[in-house]
Design a protein around this ligand. Structure first.
Ligand SMILES: Nc1ncnc2c1ncn2[C@@H]1O[C@H](COP(=O)(O)OP(=O)(O)OP(=O)(O)O)[C@@H](O)[C@H]1O
Ligand SMILES: [Mg+2]
Length: 344
């Protein structure tokens, strides 16, 4: 959706699979597709792959196990959700088509793989079917390359027969979660590769930005200082991290430290952008903040974020800080709502 374009009618009467609209969140860690009534039907695939040398026997095994793969000359690439299972057989870390929110320039196979994952997820496009896909906001590490990232993904989607439109990830969170508030407030997505923020008034984005830190940064930093493998760090983070408790071991303690760094960087940047922006209208009421994305999922995250925001002397009144109803699908649901508003 173009900046400053109004969504005149929210998707409360969204009509299921026949709505002619789809929402696609193309994230660094996961790709999520939303369709169905109000975008509530969703499916996701890991945005990752693992490659092994081609051998007929290996290919047979992949076929027997119904794993999705792509043959590229002398390599077999297992991608999407199967990549995690396959990686654990080989004790390897999956490769990623994207890094810090955008296409990974250092991964030669990246574009082919992301195209294959998306193709596998999308239904066959009907005439004029609309798809909105998420893109990050500008920020350190995401600037000129955003133009390329957006254009390549749009081309893929158009190539599959869709009308495709990019939407800022933070704005998608506003669409998904702030319907009751007339799409006015701050949407924040804390993902794998980055964090995205959008301040919107009546669905119009007034300010959006990204920071190049997210779950991947936390995992790799903790792995570096504790000498634990990055996969083990990630699993501990996802399965048992509680930010409200005293950490019980070295990994938990390092996770808390880097979580606090990410939150502090995000809150500082938000304060700075708010103070320096001259596009934010005078506020007649306090703004709600919605937190989404996988990195917002640990226990205690919301309370910690609220506490740090209060202590930061944030320059605008905030009515509440809450978690998205489903942090892993908010961006895709918001993209779906944007797509519906485009076809009305
Ligand atoms: N329960 C959990 N606790 C902590 N972290 C989690 C949990 N579940 C997922 N994550 C983390 O969330 C991140 C993925 O989040 P998400 O799917 O929102 O990212 P993404 O949209 O793919 O990436 P981005 O928006 O940065 O491009 C990963 O770092 C993952 O480890
Ligand atoms: Mg995301």
């Amino acid at each position: 959706m173009a900046e400053n374009q109004q969504v005149d009618s929210p998707a409360s009467d969204a009509g299921g699979y026949d709505a002619g609209a789809l929402g696609l969140d193309i994230g660094t860690s996961r790709i999520v597709l939303a369709n169905g009534p109000q975008g509530t039907q969703s499916q996701s695939q890991l945005n990752a792959f693992i490659s092994v040398p081609y051998a007929k026997l290996t290919e047979n095994i992949l076929q027997q196990n119904r794993m999705v793969y792509h043959r590229n000359g002398k390599e077999l690439c297992v991608y999407g959700n199967d990549s995690e299972r396959f990686a654990s057989f080989f004790n390897a870390v999956p490769r990623r088509p994207m890094q810090r929110g955008v296409l990974n320039a250092h991964e030669a196979m990246g574009q082919q793989i992301i195209q294959a994952i998306i193709e596998q997820m999308l239904p066959r496009a009907r005439k004029n079917e609309m798809i909105c896909f998420s893109v990050p906001g500008k920020g350190e590490g995401a600037d000129a390359n955003l133009v390329y990232h957006e254009a390549v993904l749009r081309n893929f989607l158009q190539g599959f027969g869709y009308q495709a439109k990019a939407i800022n990830e933070g704005l998608a969170v506003v669409f998904a979660e702030l319907q009751q508030e007339n799409f006015t407030g701050i949407g924040i997505s804390l993902g794998g590769g980055m964090c995205n923020v959008c301040v919107a008034f009546l669905s119009v984005p007034m300010l959006s930005f990204s920071i190049p830190m997210g779950g991947d940064y936390i995992d790799s930093s903790v792995s570096e200082v504790t000498a634990e493998p990055v996969t083990r760090v990630r699993l501990q983070k996802e399965e048992s991290l509680d930010l409200a408790r005293q950490p019980k071991d070295k990994v938990a303690s390092a996770l808390q430290i880097y979580y606090e760094e990410v939150m502090a960087t995000l809150i500082n940047k938000l304060r700075e952008e708010f103070e320096n922006s001259n596009s934010i209208p005078r506020l007649d009421r306090p703004l709600p903040i919605v937190l989404s994305g996988g990195t917002a999922k640990p226990r205690g995250f919301l309370q910690k974020f609220e506490g740090m925001l209060k202590a930061s002397g944030f320059p605008a009144p905030v009515s509440e800080v809450r978690l998205a109803s489903d942090p892993l699908t908010a961006t895709a649901r918001g993209c779906f709502i944007a797509a519906l508003s485009e076809i009305k």
